[in-house]
Design a protein around this ligand. Structure first.
Ligand SMILES: Cc1ncc(C[n+]2csc(CCOP(=O)(O)OP(=O)(O)O)c2C)c(N)n1
Ligand SMILES: [Mg+2]
Length: 517
């Protein structure tokens, strides 16, 4: 039997998983463990102001590092606060472990008692009731294993009276990493590969869409070569945006955020190949983006039915890089072809404005397209960029020459209010002052208290607020349905004078029409 209390041993187990950064908000359920964590050599602990944001920061930290994000909240009300963050992380495939206490198992009554498991599992996260003192290490390992292997959040619920008992037995902690199956990259089935090559050889207007799977697999060069050999145009999903910006045949983001010329070219396409892209509802714009195309998918985990729609007509199960290389190799036997490509088209793509819609610009305000173009000009290309929510996030997709690995976006659950904490997680990971958050005003203000966290921890973050004084996305929808839009218009908050902004001591720069800077 070890003399140390379980909470100490649990902190050691987290360190054994390679955890070096923790986002925390403490209460009864986690304060012993969180304090033990803070004493571990080299551990960085960030104390936030809302549990939702504690998780958001861990999600941003994962996005910036690829490591499992780790957050801690107290039992009961700490856990009820994180339902939105857990769902967002589940939908975005974020590996995260949340250490949550549980109410004391031996107490007759405890005001914060709550059956946490159904709440957590409803979000799609994994819940572990760690009630066996003998199996505490197994519970930590299971949490990290699920997070890493299934790419989703896991919540550890440990009654806090148990945390104070001594750990029975004194075995060494063995990290979950050693249990993750090493299988190497998946090669394609030759028969399916042959069918895809045949389709591609016959296609006149092919377009390849690369997704997050292509980013993870390092498939960019292989996809560009395949596109060149087959005369295909290149596009990406929103999370993979920027991958082909340097390529003259890149048409940017596929889906609801597509540019006008991308929509036109997709509409003509006879073959779309998705590589490492799951073809969500948004990527295919609800099925409206490429109505004439035969669709093929190269993916480690092809799915026939996704978001209520048929995803593709032909599936090749393969790693994105190995799959793209194999198709290019087979195709090259027939020689390169022009496909969709011509120098005239490259010129049209180069000159096309992403969005030429005409709308009135109210006096004293800017056209958001011009604002984003100017931000693109002045913000160095190597900065990490965190995307906000609301309709203003669309304009940000017009920025060019920024790597997808440095673009942080988690929109799958459609919740606003996440991006400030995601950005803080990225800033904590990078710690270099080269992080920008571009966010809507409604979403930012939802969790603006985290400016204080930024200040207290001395983190540097540039926040650009597209302040239309409204829940702009909702204004559009209300007007479309002929409803009164006043419930979505709150007016432009004076961020310069706002107590939250001045309390954080941040520098504010209000840019309005006619100002010189
Ligand atoms: C948590 C949550 N609450 C409400 C909504 C509904 N909603 C969607 S977009 C939006 C407006 C966002 O406003 P803002 O951040 O200012 O961005 P804008 O659309 O104005 O650019 C709202 C309220 C939501 N998606 N998530
Ligand atoms: Mg707004």
């Amino acid at each position: 039997m070890s003399n140390l209390p379980i909470y100490e041993m649990l902190a050691q187990a987290f360190a054994g998983e390679g955890v070096d950064t923790l986002f925390s908000l403490i209460g009864d359920g986690n304060m012993h463990w969180a304090t033990a964590m803070s004493k571990i050599d080299g551990m960085r602990v960030f104390h936030a102001r809302h549990e939702h944001c504690v998780c958001g920061m861990a999600m941003g930290y994962h996005s910036a590092t690829g490591k499992v994000g780790v957050a801690t909240v107290t039992c009961g009300p700490g856990v009820t606060q994180i339902a939105t963050a857990l769902t967002t992380a589940t939908r975005a495939g974020v590996p995260m472990v949340v250490f949550a206490g549980e109410s004391p198992i031996n107490a007759r009554w405890y005001n914060q008692a709550l059956d946490q498991a159904p709440l957590v599992t409803a979000t799609g996260a994994h819940y572990i009731r760690a009630h066996s003192t003998a199996r505490m290490y197994d519970s930590v390992r299971e949490a990290f294993y699920v997070a890493r292997y299934e790419r989703r959040p896991a919540v550890l619920g440990i009654p806090y009276d148990l945390q104070k008992l001594p750990l029975p037995g004194s075995s060494e902690y063995v990290s979950s990493s050693s249990f993750i199956p090493e299988t190497g990259r998946t090669p394609p089935n030759p028969g399916m590969l042959g069918r895809l090559v045949e389709r591609l050889a016959a296609a006149r207007r092919p377009i390849i869409i690369a997704g997050r799977g292509a980013v993870r697999s390092g498939a960019q060069a292989a996809i560009e070569e395949l596109a060149e050999a087959s005369g295909a145009l290149l596009a990406t999903t929103l999370p993979a945006r920027g991958m082909f910006d340097h390529n003259p045949y890149s048409i940017g983001v596929a889906g609801g955020f597509s540019s006008e010329i991308a929509r036109e070219l997709f509409a003509e396409s006879d073959l779309v190949i998705a590589v490492g892209a799951s073809l969500t509802y948004y990527t295919v714009d609800g099925g409206a983006l490429f109505p004439k195309a035969f669709v093929a998918q190269i993916d480690e985990r092809p799915r026939g039915l996704k978001d209520g729609m048929r995803t593709a007509d032909l599936f090749v199960r393969a790693d994105a890089k190995v799959g793209a290389e194999a198709v290019a190799r087979e195709l090259s036997r027939g020689g390169a072809k022009a496909g969709f490509r011509s120098s005239e088209l490259a010129q049209r793509i180069a000159l096309a404005a992403p969005d030429t819609a005409q709308f009135a610009i109210a006096p004293g305000t800017f056209d958001p397209r011009h604002v984003v173009a100017e931000l693109d000009r002045v913000i160095p290309k190597d900065w990490e960029m965190v995307s906000g929510s609301g309709h203003s996030a669309y304009f940000q997709t017009h920025m060019r020459g920024r790597r997808p690995e440095q673009f942080h976006v988690m929109r799958e659950f459609g919740a606003i209010g996440n991006s400030i904490s995601i950005a803080i997680g990225v800033a904590a990971a990078k710690n270099n002052g080269k992080v920008v958050l571009i966010e809507g005003d409604g979403s930012l203000i939802m969790h603006i208290q985290e400016l204080e966290t930024l200040k207290r921890h001395g983190l540097r973050l540039l926040i650009c607020v597209l302040n239309d004084g409204a829940y702009g996305a909702e204004v559009h929808k209300l007007r479309q349905d002929g409803l009164d839009d006043s419930g979505a218009i709150f007016g432009r908050t004076d961020l310069v004078r706002s107590p939250a902004v001045s309390a954080c001591g941040g520098r504010q720069l209000r840019i309005s029409r006619g100002s010189s800077r």
